[in-house]
Ligand binder design. Structure first.
Ligand code: IMP
Ligand code: MG
Length: 176
């Protein structure tokens, strides 16, 4: 089976939208400082682009999680693979994630972060697949709502590939 990728959101549109999100965030946190937590590895491209255009002081940290399950998403449980380097108590925290799908990952992360008493918490994803939601999640901002298709690029992978595409593409498998 060959892998075929068709453009869903071109590079220009991704960048424009992220800059718009950065402007909105900068306005919301005027006079404050921000601590952005990126979820490895999918959020890295999005997080960097967002942080570059935020005009209030920003610090960064990373977390990594993995899902274990029997194949179907809903049976999976989440495991923390890499915790934060720094405490977040009293900080204005933004969780930056590549995509909100079933909601399992973000729900887990939100609960974990809230236990550590940040001053505020905002959740931001580049993409949202609302049709796929299984868990209720408070999402504060997203770049694009997309249909229920498997997408790659701008951090998102298939089997660790395609993260470095500068656009969002739909991955399909063809016979040849
Ligand atoms: P959730 O826990 O079901 O919301 O899934 C979130 C994670 O699943 C994301 O962080 C991605 O790593 C992965 N994921 C979900 N949909 C896609 C997709 O269309 N392409 C690539 N990865 C995806
Ligand atoms: Mg992934």
């Amino acid at each position: 089976m060959a892998e075929k990728i068709s453009v869903l959101v071109p590079a220009h549109d991704v960048e424009d939208r992220i800059r718009g999100m950065a402007a909105e965030i900068s306005e919301r946190y005027a006079g404050e400082e921000l601590h952005i937590i990126g979820i490895l590895k999918g959020s890295v491209f999005f997080m960097c682009e967002l942080a570059k255009y935020i005009t209030v002081p920003v610090t960064l940290d990373f977390m990594s999680v993995s899902s274990y399950g029997s194949g179907t998403a809903s049976s999976g449980t989440i495991k923390l693979k890499k915790d934060l380097d720094d405490p977040i108590e009293g900080k204005n925290v933004i969780i930056a994630e590549d995509i909100l799908d079933s909601g399992r990952t973000l729900k887990y992360l939100i609960e974990l972060i809230k236990e550590r008493n940040p001053k505020s918490l905002m959740t931001v994803t580049l993409l949202d697949k609302p049709e796929r939601r299984e868990y209720e999640v408070d999402l504060d901002m997203t770049g694009f709502e997309i249909p229920d298709k498997f997408v790659v690029g701008y951090g998102l992978d298939y089997d660790q590939k395609y993260r470095n595409l500068n656009y969002i593409g739909v991955l399909e498998f063809t016979e040849d």
